[in-house]
Unconditional design. Structure first.
Length: 242
């Protein structure tokens, strides 16, 4: 979830600025602007992590954000382990994350009617991933015939992005997935701003996002608004890929 949020924040920064060679003054200005944007991005990330910590009952006072992020990740992992009936006693986060991942893979395999007996974790993870990919392709009307996982994943991503854009009333004709993703992000930020009563006139997407995070993050999270919305049906991959 956090990773998806950070990617969204990076996309919101738009096209990177560059300066012609031999013009250090303008290069310095570009670097200053980038630095300001990174500060904003980091600040928004800190707010996101702090809210997650509070929701999990973690004490936030006097803690550095790196420590808080670590505690949030550990709490979420233990929470997932408990839900799956996995014993957490004396296990490192690396060990626990592998067990949680494998348990989730087995859970999904059972849902999909895939046999799990006598299969190595990596083998089962691959089989489940491919099955989910094909399932998603069918849902989106993407043909799976004669396509390897890499090609199918690309087409599923493109079709999924197009559908999301259409659901938001975004014109998709002649646009590539990257361009559409940016428009989807912009539209979602705008919708959240409007839902929170934030004035949007003469503000760009980044300004609205900053205001959402700096002044209304808690309310946005309570209401499940972007970027705090639930993300369901995500194709997962992980520890047993290597």
């Amino acid at each position: 979830m956090l990773k998806g949020f950070l990617i969204a924040l990076v996309l919101s920064m738009g096209f990177s600025m560059s300066a012609p060679s031999g013009l250090p003054f303008y290069k310095g200005i570009a670097e200053d602007i980038h630095s300001q944007k990174r500060d904003k991005e980091n600040s928004n990330k800190d707010i996101f992590i702090t809210l997650e910590a509070k929701e999990l009952g973690i004490e936030t006072k006097g803690k550095k954000i790196d420590q808080l992020e670590k505690e949030v990740m550990e709490a979420k992992m233990k929470q997932a382990a408990n839900e799956l009936g996995i014993d957490t006693e004396g296990k490192s986060m690396k060990e626990l994350s592998k067990e949680v991942h494998h348990a989730k893979v087995k859970q999904k395999a059972n849902e999909l009617g895939i046999k799990t007996e006598s299969k190595e974790p990596k083998e089962l993870a691959e089989e489940v991933y491919h099955a989910m990919l094909k399932q998603k392709a069918k849902e989106l009307g993407v043909s799976t015939e004669g396509k390897n996982a890499k090609k199918l994943k690309k087409e599923v991503f493109e079709a999924s992005t197009k559908r999301k854009a259409e659901e938001l009333g975004i014109e998709t004709e002649g646009k590539d997935p990257r361009e559409l993703n940016k428009e989807i992000y912009n539209k979602k930020v705008f919708q959240t701003a409007e839902a929170l009563g934030i004035k949007t006139k003469d503000k760009d997407t980044q300004e609205m996002m900053d205001e959402i995070m700096q002044e209304h993050a808690e309310k946005a999270k309570q209401l499940g608004l972007f970027p705090f919305e639930e993300r369901n049906g995500k194709l997962f991959w992980g520890h047993h890929k290597k």
